[in-house]
Design a protein around this ligand. Structure first.
Ligand SMILES: *Cc1c(COP(=O)(O)O)cnc(C)c1O
Length: 362
């Protein structure tokens, strides 16, 4: 956090860093002491030869938890999503997705670069698409139209504010897409947050999708890593594309050891993050000039419109950072706060105080 610290001593800097409430993303979490111990003691081997016992255990458990044949550990969610897109499509096709989604906006145009496909983005209220909208965007099976190759959904939807797909809507999309001959991928970076919000196991929420990517490195608190789950044949192909992207890792069991703790134990504590996000949302909604509907905050992401406070997001977040509270600017009007295991209720209270000061002092 050197940017928010003026010119104190190193000791002061460290103290201030400890006091910083970092709500930019749930990716900023540090591995827990238990994870660090497990990493130090992990049994490892060469995973490119399939010989890392801890990686193998993590992949088996992920497959079991999602009720699938197989899973593959990947270094990032981006790689997991883009490997899945590569497998499901052919160059020259289109991918139907929501306009604010991660695979389209935050993955370096890899659907074009790696898979040779274009996005066909659609706006969904709260980031949620309906089958009727998707159906209208499927290109006619005529030789002079780029053919639709894939539907990709995001649950929870990050940039729509951690929103959750109602299961009947997602199920309908999967069933109808399959009937139209289209595979459906789920970017489930935060699917455990969705499962908690819906009170349903991830296996049930995701059973109709052809492939699912989820992150260990977000709310689940692991330092690195995501998993891609699907059929045995799908995962066999994923190993090839992971390797071609340079994602074949060797003694990566040190990462999988932390990942196993993230997968087995951390979903049980996500309710704390959801409660903190709700608390933050209710507090923010009471600040004059800040607009959001706290009833829509169902998981760990709060996005609010600060334009009524008479400043742009970049200024808002900079002034907040001067008070050691960090948030992210989505665009010039919207800012995002994400709760996670390294922010407690007291931190959220401090964040609210800082927001009140920033907005009040303008
Ligand atoms: C974080 C995230 C990803 C993957 O991100 P990486 O930083 O590549 O691990 C994918 N989709 C969504 C919705 C995300 O929030």
């Amino acid at each position: 956090m050197s940017t928010v610290i003026s010119n104190g001593t190193a000791e002061n800097a460290e103290q201030r860093a400890r006091l910083t409430v970092d709500l930019r993303s749930d990716t900023v979490t540090k591995p827990t002491p238990e994870m660090r111990r497990a990493m130090a003691e992990a049994e490892v081997g060469d995973d490119v030869y399939g010989e890392d016992p801890t990686i193998n255990r993590l992949e088996r458990r992920a497959a079991e938890i999602f009720g699938r044949e197989a899973a593959i550990f990947v270094p990032s969610g981006t790689m997991g999503n883009q490997v899945a897109i590569k497998i499901h499509t052919r160059p020259g096709q289109e991918i139907i997705c929501e306009e604010r989604c991660h695979v389209f906006n935050y993955e370096m145009a890899m659907m074009a670069h790696f898979s040779g496909c274009l996005a066909r983005p659609i706006h969904g209220d709260d980031g949620i698409l309906r089958w009727a909208q998707i159906e209208r965007k499927i290109t006619p099976k005529t030789y002079y139209y780029a053919q639709t190759g894939l539907v990709s959904l995001e649950n929870t939807h990050n940039m729509a504010g951690g929103t959750v797909y109602p299961p009947p809507i997602a199920d309908e999309i999967c069933d109808a897409a399959h009937a139209a001959g289209l595979p459906v991928h789920l970017d489930g970076a935060r699917v455990f947050n969705a499962a908690l919000a819906l009170g349903k196991p991830v296996a049930e929420l995701t059973r109709k999708f052809d492939s699912v990517m989820f992150c260990l490195s977000k709310g689940l608190g692991a330092p690195v890593g995501s998993l891609l789950v699907g059929s045995r044949q799908f995962v066999t192909q994923a190993r090839i594309y992971r390797k071609s992207l340079g994602g074949g890792m060797r003694q990566a069991g040190v990462l999988a050891a932390a990942g196993l703790i993230a997968l087995e134990q951390m979903p049980q504590r996500l309710h704390v993050d959801h409660e903190n996000a709700k608390f933050l949302a209710q507090g923010l909604a009471r600040v004059p000039g800040i607009k959001l509907d706290p009833a829509k905050v169902l998981t760990n992401i709060v996005i609010c419109d600060i334009s009524g406070a008479g400043m742009v997001s970049a200024d808002f977040s900079r002034r907040l950072a001067e008070k050691n509270v960090l948030c992210g600017a989505v665009n010039s009007e919207l800012v995002r706060f994400v709760t996670h295991l390294d922010v407690d209720r007291a931190g959220c209270e401090r964040a609210l105080e800082a927001v009140q000061q920033v907005v009040g002092s303008r």
